[in-house]
Every structure is written in C-alpha cells, then in structure tokens.
Write a protein that binds this ligand. Structure first.
Ligand SMILES: Cc1cc2nc3c(=O)[nH]c(=O)nc-3n(C[C@H](O)[C@H](O)[C@H](O)COP(=O)(O)OP(=O)(O)OC[C@H]3O[C@@H](n4cnc5c(N)ncnc54)[C@H](O)[C@@H]3O)c2cc1C
Length: 454
C-alpha cells in the first residue's frame, strides 16, 4: 500500500508532529482545524501522487498558499492533509512576445510583480497583502487597489495546470488571447477557494509597465460627499487607477499606527487616488479630477508629488486593518455593492453603528463598490461578542443584498462568511454549484464545507 513517504521522499517536507498552529487556520487564527499532516510538494508529479493517495484513502485535503486569507478558507475543518504549495515558487518563463508569464502556484505576488517590472512589464492585480501567492490570489479572485482601472485577478489568468481530486493532471486555457473552445474550466477554478482542483501552474497575462504614476489625497467634509464625488470622477472619465476611501476616524487610527500625518485633520473623510500612464495623460486626468472633485464639495486636492509622502500615505492605507487590530479584535467584512449604492450603504452603516452600539469601521475601494468594514469587538466577553457580531453581520449583509450587493468582493466566502452567503443564495444556484463540485470531486475530498458547499 502506498504511503505519503513513497510520494514525498524528503522527510523534511512531511510534518506529522508538533504541527505549527498556523497550518490549522487562516491569517486571523481564530477558526481552527485539525490537520494530521502538512506536506510541502515541489512538483506537479508530487501533487498528483498525493491527490491519488488522498483519493484512494478518502482523506480530506486543504490546499494552502501563504495562508493570508481572512475568511477561514485554509482551515482544515475535517482534518487530513494540508497541501502547502509554498515551495513551488518558481517563475518558469516570461514570454515577452505573447506578454505572458508562466509561474508555479506558490510564487509570491511581490516577487512576481518586481520580477516583471524589471523587464518593463506589469502585472496589475494588487491585493493589499503582497506576501500572498499567485495561486491563492487566483483561488480567491483577489482584487485590490488597482481594480478600478485594470480589473481583478480573473482578468489576468490565461491558463492553468490543474491536479484534480483523483490525481489526474489537466490543462485549462493557454497563452492564447482568445478562447471560444469548449467550457472555460479555467474561469470556474478562479475564485473556487481550493474546492475544485489544485493549481500547479499558472499562465498570466502581462501588460506594458505604465511609465508614470501619481497619487492625490482629496479631503471631504464628510464621507457622503466623498463617495458621491467618486461617481462624478468615474463618469467624467478621469480614469483613476485606484480610488480608496478612508474616514477621518480610521485615518487617525492609521496615523497612530504608522506615525504618518494626513493633511487637513478637520476633514470628515479622504479619497486617496492614483493615476498612471504616460506623464501628459496623467496630468490631463489629474486636471479633470481636480475640477470634478472641487466641484463636488472637496475641501482641497492635495497632489502627492513627493514620492516619500505618497508612499507614507499609501503605507498607512495598507496598514488600516493592522491599525484597528492593534486596538481591538475585529471581524473583517468585504461585501460589495453597485457603485451607485456606496453612499446609501455607508449611510446605513453609520445608522447601524448608532443603533447597535458596535463600532463599525468603514474604508475600502470606493471605485468598485467594495466596502471593507471592521466590526470591532471592544471589551465584549465571548458570548456577547458572538451574539452582537452575528446580529450586526446579519443587518449589514441584509442591507447590502437589498441594495443589489454580494457577500464578498475579493476575500471569498471560506468558513466565516458562509452562513451569510448560504442564506442569500438560492437553493437552485447552490445545487448547481454542488453538482459541478461533485462532477470534479465525487468523493468530496478537496476543501469541503467551505463557501457554497454543504
Ligand atoms: C493585511 C491584508 C490585506 C489584504 N488585502 C487584500 C486585498 O486588498 N484584496 C484581496 O483580494 N485580498 C486581500 N487580502 C486577503 C488575502 O491576502 C487574499 O485572499 C490572497 O489572495 C490569499 O492568498 P494566499 O496565498 O495567502 O492564499 P491562502 O490564504 O493560502 O488560500 C486562500 C484560498 O486559496 C486556496 N488555494 C491556495 N493555493 C491553492 C492552489 N495552489 N490550488 C488550489 N487552491 C489553492 C486555499 O485552499 C484557500 O481556499 C488581504 C489579507 C491581509 C492579511
């Protein structure tokens, strides 16, 4: 009978004792699983061998990249094997003629971005956590700051090599730009949170690196004026690359955390914008944006032409979740609403905060309706926290759905958002998704009980 040691010959890449707690969880570390074995494959053949072994023995498998997800999608709830892909971290090829790169799943986003940028190329998907892996990004359809102009991870995946639950290896997609050839299995895998197959190779689309980029900080008297102004910027074709909103109270937390001061402390909220492209084009878009923002009630329009100041402000934006966590435990929410409804939703969050007495910190990607909330625990005991968290989450998701929104814009559903997602999604749609799952993984060994699964 085959055992794991027949497949992974190097003892150091199999861990069965004293398993580090991080492998039982996600980056937040609150939800815990009970994996028996962590394995670190280094090739597609090893992944295939491990999946065959798991399939034959009906052992649950949880694929894992860098473990930076915020929704419990790497929690090995049913024990079994955690398949850590982080050693498969080689950039295999950059094909400058087709403007594609082929990489292994565990390549870190920051390594990949800097590698291609040195060649004058650009990989736009830009989630806040740069130490996440490319396959983790694909499996969650990660978004990030630049989605307004460039789209999300899905828009940059051309092809995937996949190991199915039974160990078979298939390729979906290719380097080709167009593809009307059969079903797009590649697109089904993107965002599937490790429930359908293990990604072992990724062909990614690249674009030329923008020549120039400039950020602007726009203070507004209040968040409503700011979010309304964003619609004018988008409709007015000011073409921002990123549009982030930050309330003054949240900015203050960020300032305390990083020691960086935002201008205009009297503002109620800020919009942090970036523009990129050719220098003249950027200048033109910034001119347009200034006119539109000031015409819609902005207090000022602060061009961050000192690169150090711009980097410090962006660093503070990137550190907001950590800044909140430095003060209290929090539950992150990344729901999404149509951009026309951001203002209505933000207003509702303010009202809900008053009604419930629970601090609800709001910031996020104003340019694509992806509102990030931190539900702040404060000094509540466990029972009170669980109860009030659930009440507030139910109210927040309820309102988002009523406005035409969705449970997750980019973090995924995993375990922690699953109750709210299942509540909202029709039985027929769930049933259809589950039939697809079981067509690919009849024995239900890959990351079961996550997202859409029962
Ligand atoms: C500070 C901070 C900021 C963040 N900001 C953003 C943001 O702006 N935008 C955003 O989208 N996300 C953000 N995230 C969330 C997180 O970084 C992303 O979800 C990221 O894509 C996860 O990548 P990972 O490598 O850590 O994957 P993991 O957390 O290891 O796994 C995530 C999911 O992918 C699956 N998976 C991983 N590798 C494979 C594989 N090879 N084959 C099949 N399935 C696989 C796992 O099973 C799991 O379901 C942030 C997180 C933190 C901590």
């Amino acid at each position: 009978m085959t055992v794991i040691r027949d497949i992974i010959k190097d003892e150091k890449r199999i861990v069965e004792e004293n398993i580090d707690e991080k492998y039982q969880s996600d980056v937040l570390g609150r939800l815990k699983g009970c994996a028996d074995t962590i394995v670190f494959p280094i090739s597609t053949e090893e992944v295939s061998g491990l999946m065959k072994y798991a399939w034959e023995n009906q052992i649950p498998v949880t694929p894992r990249g860098a473990g930076t997800n915020l929704v419990g999608s790497t929690v090995p709830v049913r024990g079994g094997i955690v398949l850590d892909l982080s050693l498969m971290n080689h950039i295999l090829e950059v094909d400058e003629d087709t403007m594609t790169a082929t990489v292994e799943p565990g390549v870190l986003l920051e390594d990949f971005q800097s590698y291609v940028e040195e060649k004058g190329l650009f990989y736009p998907p830009d989630p806040g956590e740069k130490k996440s892996t490319i396959a983790g990004n694909i499996s969650t359809n990660a978004g990030g700051m630049r989605a307004v102009k460039y789209g999300v991870t899905r828009d940059y995946v051309r092809g995937l090599e996949l190991v199915l639950a039974n160990g078979d290896v298939i390729r979906a997609g290719s380097k080709n730009i167009k593809d009307a050839s059969g079903l797009s299995l590649k697109n089904l895998i993107i965002g599937s949170e490790g429930t359908l197959a293990v990604i072992t190779k990724c062909i990614l689309k690249l674009i030329p690196k923008p020549e120039y980029s400039l950020s602007v900080l726009v203070p507004y008297p209040d968040i409503q004026t700011g979010t309304t102004s964003v619609l004018a910027l988008l409709k007015g074709n000011a073409a921002p690359t990123a549009v982030e909103f930050i309330e003054r109270g949240v900015a203050r937390l960020g300032e305390d955390f990083t020691g960086v001061s935002f201008p205009h402390p009297e503002a109620g909220a800020y919009m942090l914008l970036t523009f990129d492209g050719e220098e003249e084009e950027v200048a033109l878009h910034i001119k347009k944006a200034r006119k539109l923002a000031l015409g819609k009630g902005a207090i000022d329009f602060v061009v961050l032409d000192d690169p150090e100041k711009a980097a410090a402000i962006w660093k503070t934006r990137g550190a907001l979740v950590k800044a909140v966590e430095a003060v209290s435990e929090q539950e992150p929410v990344d729901l999404v609403v149509p951009i026309s409804q951001v203002e209505a939703f933000i207003r509702f969050v303010g009202e809900q905060e008053e009604r419930s007495g629970m601090q609800l910190i709001r910031f996020g990607h104003a340019g694509d309706g992806n509102v990030h909330l931190c539900v702040v625990r404060g000094d509540r005991d466990d029972a009170q926290w669980e109860k009030e968290l659930h009440e507030n989450m139910t109210a927040l998701y309820g309102k988002a759905y009523a406005l035409g929104g969705l449970t997750s814009g980019e973090h995924g559903i995993g375990l922690s958002k699953r109750p709210y997602y299942l509540e909202e999604t029709s039985d027929l749609l769930l049933e259809t998704m589950r039939r697809i799952k079981y067509a690919l993984d009849e024995r239900g060994i890959l990351n079961n009980h996550k997202s859409y699964l029962a």
